[in-house]
Ligand binder design. Structure first.
Ligand SMILES: *[C@@H]1O[C@H](CO)[C@@H](O)[C@H](O)[C@H]1NC(C)=O
Ligand SMILES: *[C@@H]1O[C@H](CO)[C@@H](O)[C@H](O)[C@H]1NC(C)=O
Ligand SMILES: *[C@@H]1O[C@H](CO)[C@@H](O)[C@H](O)[C@H]1NC(C)=O
Length: 366
C-alpha cells in the first residue's frame, strides 16, 4: 500500500502538470481566444465579403439616346407570316420590326412566353424594354442575364433607378446621376425607407458589375424614328410621327427632350392643372390629369406638324392605354394582369410605305 501511493501521485503529475503550469495554461487561453476572434472575424467579415460582388462606380445616365436602327419595309405577305413561329424572315442586316415591351418586373417566364408569341428573332427584330424590367417579381437576375446575353435595348425605369441608389448605399459609392441634368442631381435621392430588408436593397446586394453596367447604359428617353399615327388598328396608316420611348412620361411644355427633368420622366403619372406644368406620380392628387391625356390633346392641336407619339410604361392602374399620340403599355403583369408587346413595322404598299403596329399579349401567371 505504501508503495502504491507515490506511484499514483507520479502518474497524476505526469498527466496533468503541464495544464497546471500557469504559463502553459494562459498561453492556451490566449491561443483559444485568438482562434475565437479569428472565427468571429471569418464569419462576420471575411466569408460575407467572399460573397459580396465587386462594386462598379456609376457612369452618368444619358438623358436622350437615338435608337440608331434602320428599319426595312417588308412585303405584306411577310407580315402575314411573321407571327407564325415556323416562319423566319430573311435578314438583310437591317431590322424589320421594333418590339416594345412594358413593365416586366422580373416576371421572366411570361417575358419568354411573350417573345415566343411574337416570334422574336434578334437578327431582324429590335427589342426595347420600357423600364421596370427588374424588382417585385421572382426573377430579376435572370431577366438581367437574358437582356445582357441577347443585347436587348432598354430605357431606365424608376425601379432600376431606386435599385441603383440602393447599390450605391450598399457599396458606399456616389449615387447615380444624370448627364447634363444639374437640377435632378442636386436633389439627393431618398431611397424609399432605406431599411436593410427592403427588397430593392436585397436585390442591389446581389448585383454583379456587369448587371450594373447594363442598367447604367439605359437612357431616360429614346427617340425611335417614324412610327404609325393611329390607334393600333391593324390596317395601318400612311401617316407617321416621330416615336419617343420613356418610362413614366413627358412634360408637354418642355419641347427639348434634353431639358426634360430626369426623375419626373421616370416617376410622373399625371400633371396638375390648371397649367399642367407640374407633374405628380399620384393620379388622385388634386386637379391631376393623366399626362398622356394632356400630351395627346397638345399633339392634336399641332395640326400634323412635328407631332410625337410617346410609348411608355409605369401606369399599371390605367392599364393598356392606347391614344393616338400616347401609348401606355404597362398592363399590370406584376399584379396578375398581362404582359404587352407593341410590335411596329413598315410595309410596302404599292409605291408608298404603310406604318403598322399591333399589340400582342400573354397572361402573367408565374
Ligand atoms: C443575338 O443573340 C445572341 C445570343 O443568343 C448574341 O450572341 C448575338 O450577338 C445577338 N445578335 C444581335 C444582332 O444582337
Ligand atoms: C406654371 O405656369 C404658370 C402660368 O404660366 C406660372 O405662373 C407658374 O409659376 C408655373 N408653375 C411652375 C411650377 O412652373
Ligand atoms: C390648327 O388648326 C386650327 C383650326 O384649323 C387652328 O385654330 C389652330 O391655330 C391650328 N394650330 C396650329 C398649331 O397651327
Amino acid at each position: 500500500m505504501n508503495e502504491q501511493t507515490p506511484l499514483l501521485e507520479d502518474e497524476y503529475d505526469i498527466e496533468d502538470h503541464w495544464i497546471r503550469d500557469k504559463k502553459v495554461r494562459w498561453s492556451l487561453y490566449g491561443a483559444g481566444g485568438l482562434f475565437g476572434i479569428f472565427v468571429l472575424w471569418a464569419f462576420a467579415f471575411y466569408l460575407p465579403s467572399r460573397f459580396i460582388p465587386e462594386s462598379r462606380p456609376f457612369d452618368g445616365i444619358q438623358m436622350v439616346k437615338d435608337l440608331n436602327v434602320v428599319f426595312e419595309p417588308i412585303t405584306p405577305e411577310d407580315s402575314e407570316k411573321q407571327f407564325d413561329p415556323s416562319y423566319s424572315l430573311n435578314s438583310k442586316g437591317s431590322k424589320q420590326r421594333l418590339i416594345l415591351i412594358g413593365d416586366v418586373h422580373g416576371h421572366y417566364k411570361p417575358f419568354r412566353k411573350l417573345l415566343r408569341k411574337v416570334n422574336f428573332n434578334n437578327k431582324t427584330d429590335h427589342l426595347l424594354l420600357l423600364g421596370d424590367f427588374i424588382t417585385k417579381g421572382p426573377h430579376s437576375i435572370k431577366m438581367l442575364d437574358y437582356l445582357i446575353e441577347h443585347k436587348v435595348d432598354c430605357i431606365i425605369g424608376n425601379h432600376e433607378y431606386y435599385v441603383m441608389n440602393n447599390y450605391a448605399r450598399f457599396h458606399n459609392l456616389d449615387p447615380p446621376f444624370f448627364v447634363g441634368n444639374e437640377d435632378d442631381n442636386k436633389n439627393v435621392f431618398e431611397t424609399n425607407g432605406g431599411f436593410n430588408d427592403d427588397p430593392e436593397y436585397l436585390l442591389a446586394k446581389k448585383l454583379q458589375p456587369h448587371h450594373i453596367e447594363y442598367i447604367n447604359q439605359c437612357a431616360v428617353i429614346k427617340t425611335l424614328g417614324p412610327v404609325p399615327q393611329h390607334k393600333a388598328k391593324n390596317e395601318g396608316s400612311h401617316k407617321y410621327s416621330d416615336g419617343i420611348a420613356v418610362h413614366g412620361g413627358l412634360r408637354w411644355d418642355i419641347p427639348d427632350l434634353e431639358s426634360q427633368h430626369a426623375v419626373e420622366c421616370l416617376e410622373m403619372r399625371s400633371l396638375i392643372g390648371p397649367y399642367f406644368n407640374e407633374s405628380t406620380d399620384d393620379p388622385r392628387a388634386d386637379r391631376a390629369v393623366s399626362w398622356s391625356k394632356i400630351w395627346n390633346l397638345k399633339q392634336k392641336e399641332k395640326n400634323d406638324t412635328d407631332t410625337k407619339v410617346v410609348y411608355y410604361g409605369h401606369d399599371a392602374r390605367r392599364g393598356l392605354n392606347l391614344k393616338r399620340f400616347a401609348k401606355g403599355l404597362d398592363s399590370g403583369c406584376d399584379t396578375g394582369g398581362d404582359l404587352s408587346a407593341m410590335v411596329i413595322w413598315q410595309e410596302k404598299a404599292r409605291k408608298r410605305v404603310m406604318y403598322k403596329e399591333q399589340i400582342i399579349q400573354v397572361q402573367c401567371d408565374d
